[in-house]
Design a protein around this ligand. Structure first.
Ligand SMILES: [Zn+2]
Length: 216
């Protein structure tokens, strides 16, 4: 069962229930359509539209807008439609990014959305944000993690981050016995300590924190 470290069991069970109930739900970004068991579900925006008495008349608005701001009405209609399209595709991507990050953190990188896969760096278990909204998703998760870590560990982490050239303070064991940051060999004694997940192990060559690749 999918669960995030430290979450209440009620949340895990509720998520599982939702996932099972909607396991056959398909989403089509074109037109923002949802289909469950062959039946199309109304999207929230479509339901909202039903209660709006005067639909947005873009032709009329574009004429007024062009009078005030210059350009032709056609120009503004094109701008608005492109903006709406951009917001929709970005929304879909941000959603996929957040979901993929959740799977990655829960140790299921194989469930990363295909559209996000080009942003995934398996050797560092890193999902690169490529637009500001994805960055915000990452920042939010980072802040949530940082809140659970004591101040001394956090300041050590920040210090290492600043001192290493690629700003990766935490690396996993590479190829069974090497540091994932500087690729120098880790002594067998240290490997055992890393595997135990009990204390912070620092690479004696580069100063990075080394973690067990299976540890989340
Ligand atoms: Zn190292």
């Amino acid at each position: 069962m999918f669960s995030l470290p430290g979450e209440p069991s009620l949340v895990t069970e509720a998520r599982q229930h939702i996932l099972e109930s909607f396991s056959d739900l398909e989403f089509y970004p074109d037109g923002h359509r949802y289909v469950l068991n062959g039946q199309e579900l109304p999207s929230v925006s479509n339901v909202v539209h039903r209660f709006i008495r005067t639909p947005f008349d873009d032709q009329r608005q574009a004429i007024r807008y062009a009078e005030r701001h210059g350009q032709t009405p056609e120009y503004w209609i094109q701008q608005w439609r492109q903006n709406a399209f951009r917001a929709q595709t970005l929304g879909t991507k941000t959603h996929a990014y957040g979901e993929s990050l959740g799977y990655l953190r829960a140790g299921m990188p194989e469930r990363i959305c295909p559209s996000i896969l080009p942003q995934y760096m398996p050797e560092y278990r890193f999902l690169a944000p490529i637009h500001p909204k994805e960055e915000a998703v990452l920042q939010e998760r980072r802040d949530a993690c940082a809140a659970k870590i004591d101040a001394r560990t956090m300041s050590a982490y920040e210090r290492i981050r600043k001192s290493v050239h690629n700003h990766l303070a935490v690396v996993s064991v590479y190829n069974g016995n090497a540091c994932g940051g500087c690729f120098n060999t880790i002594t067998p004694q240290r490997l055992v300590e890393v595997a135990s997940n009990r204390k912070l192990i620092i690479c004696e060559h580069c100063g990075r924190i080394i973690i067990n690749p299976d540890f989340e």
